[in-house]
Design a protein around this ligand. Structure first.
Ligand SMILES: Cc1cc2nc3c(=O)[nH]c(=O)nc-3n(C[C@H](O)[C@H](O)[C@H](O)COP(=O)(O)O)c2cc1C
Length: 481
């Protein structure tokens, strides 16, 4: 049974407009910083998505910024009511992504919108696409900021979709970082590079919103099938022109080519997901372009990473937290939920638990720090079921009152991390070394009952009949909220 979702970004843009969550900008904007600055301000003010109708120097091209930078837009993308709460969206996501993967189906090339225009040979020139100069200080123009790269394992049928940023180097070349522990990193550096084989790739720009959600999720299921689960219907794929990869037929722009095993080119700096420009300009992975296919009047998607909240922070927090929830539930840990704060740039995860036995917080930390997800976060805060994990005020209160500043904290050193941690020293960044910490905000179970402090809150210290009476009379006392 299909959920109400969108087959392409154009339908999604219309839905945002219908929900008063889109600003259509008719006046011409410059790809050189102006567009980026608008998207940045939108993220910082949590404004509606900008839809740019005219881009300087690029007649016929349009752009769509900050496509999923708020929970409201995520709810709309999922076909839910726009004001769905974070727990509601989370439960829906877990429900849809648990069970059988939904296999994609193939579309005839002649019918695929992304084949309306095909550039090969000399015509396939990256400078003919409106790659924005996103931030002042970036090392170049970034065409791929909200997109995904399709690649296939050398020895198996495994196909990966993942977001790996790409900077335009020249007419035929893009360059960007691919972290070694990512799925694409493991395939490329682990298999293609040792055999000195170029790896076919396809960059998909302007896909439907749920393909984007899936591509940046740490999904254990191939991302096209994961998208099918989120959509409740198969994704429609079409074969590339110059390699054997398959891409979403309704996407706006496809860039096809090969990742080169024997050469690196300088890339960056770039404004990154932590809200800083951390990684230096250094030699990075090279993508050689063979073809570009696109829809008529293509719409380029633009994300602007920086201080919270952009879609990368929001969606990576959302899906990393929920994969952790699935992991902990699969191990039978009595958790009440997992929530990763987007404002923490997915560095901090809050786990709610019924503290059923001693050491449960350490067990949770060992599991999540030992998982595939761990290089992306550094802090685990374990709270008991008295604390609402989605309520920042309650989490801070628990952290500052229940976590012993020495005994409640456990450090984990020599973990894999990302080279982008702003707090890491240059050597730690060079080797992608992380450090992690557990904040145990549960009272020890071996304390005598009388020693356990009682939380003084409306819900906790008043008899039920007094609470009910006060709630019933609240408005008549004169309170408005
Ligand atoms: C907007 C955005 C940009 C990203 N850029 C990069 C990147 O340049 N390099 C990288 O290794 N990971 C990057 N990531 C993280 C990967 O997309 C993420 O690890 C992805 O889910 C791949 O996971 P996988 O290894 O499970 O396939 C980015 C994520 C987002 C949301």
């Amino acid at each position: 049974m299909p959920y109400t979702v969108f087959k392409d970004n154009r339908e999604f843009i219309k839905a945002l407009e219908a929900n008063d969550d889109l600003v259509t900008i008719q006046q011409e904007v410059d790809w050189d910083l102006e567009m980026g600055a608008i998207v940045r301000r939108v993220c910082e003010k949590k404004s509606a998505s900008p839809y740019f109708k005219k881009i300087k120097d690029y007649p016929g091209f349009e752009a769509f910024g900050a496509p999923l930078a708020t929970y409201k837009r995520l709810a709309i993308a999922m076909g839910m009511k726009p004001d769905a709460s974070v727990p509601e969206i989370s439960n829906e996501y877990v429900k849809r992504t648990t069970g059988d993967p939904v296999k994609s189906i193939l579309m005839d090339k002649k019918k695929a919108p992304c084949k309306e225009n095909i550039w090969t040979g000399k015509e396939a020139d990256l400078f003919k696409l409106p790659g924005p100069m996103v931030h002042d200080g970036d090392g170049g123009r970034y065409l791929a900021t909200w997109h995904f790269v399709v690649s296939k394992d050398l020895d198996t049928e495994f196909v990966n979709w993942g977001m790996y940023r790409q900077m335009v180097f020249d007419e035929k070349t893009m360059v960007g970082p691919v972290l070694p522990f990512s799925d694409m990193g493991k395939m490329f550096y682990g298999k293609y590079v040792p055999k000195n084989k170029p790896m076919p790739f396809a960059t998909v720009i302007g896909c439907d919103p749920l393909s984007g959600v899936a591509a940046c999720a740490p999904s254990p299921i191939p991302e096209d099938e994961f998208t099918g689960m989120l959509m409740g219907a198969p994704v429609e794929l079409v074969k590339c022109e110059t390699n054997d990869l398959y891409v979403p037929a309704h996407a706006e722009i496809i860039i096809e080519g090969e990742v080169l095993p024997d050469i690196k080119i300088d890339e960056a700096p770039f404004g990154e997901y932590t809200g800083y420009r951390t990684s230096p300009r250094e030699p990075r992975t090279v993508y050689r372009v063979n073809a570009i296919t696109f829809r008529n009047n293509p719409i380029v998607t633009v994300s602007n990473m920086g201080v919270p909240t952009d879609e990368g922070q929001l969606l990576r927090s959302f899906s990393l937290g929920l994969e952790m929830r699935k992991l902990l539930e699969s191990q039978g840990i009595p958790i009440t939920g997992v929530f990763m704060l987007p404002e923490s740039t997915h560095h901090l995860v809050v786990v709610g638990v019924r503290p059923a036995y001693s050491g449960i917080a350490s067990q949770i930390a060992n599991l999540v720090f030992g998982s595939k997800l761990s290089p992306w976060f550094t802090m685990v805060v374990v709270v008991d079921n008295e604390t609402d994990i989605y309520n920042k005020d309650e989490v801070i209160h628990a952290l500052c009152t229940k976590c012993h500043p020495i005994r409640g904290i456990r450090k984990y050193e020599q973990a894999p991390g990302t080279p982008l941690y702003p707090f890491a020293d240059p050597e730690e960044r060079k080797w992608s070394r992380g450090s992690q910490v557990l904040f145990d905000c549960t009272f020890p179970l071996d304390w005598p009952k009388a020693s356990i402090p009682i939380k003084v809150s409306f819900n906790n210290v008043y008899p039920k009949e007094i609470q009910d009476m006060v709630l019933k009379n609240w408005k008549s006392y004169g309170f408005k909220d």
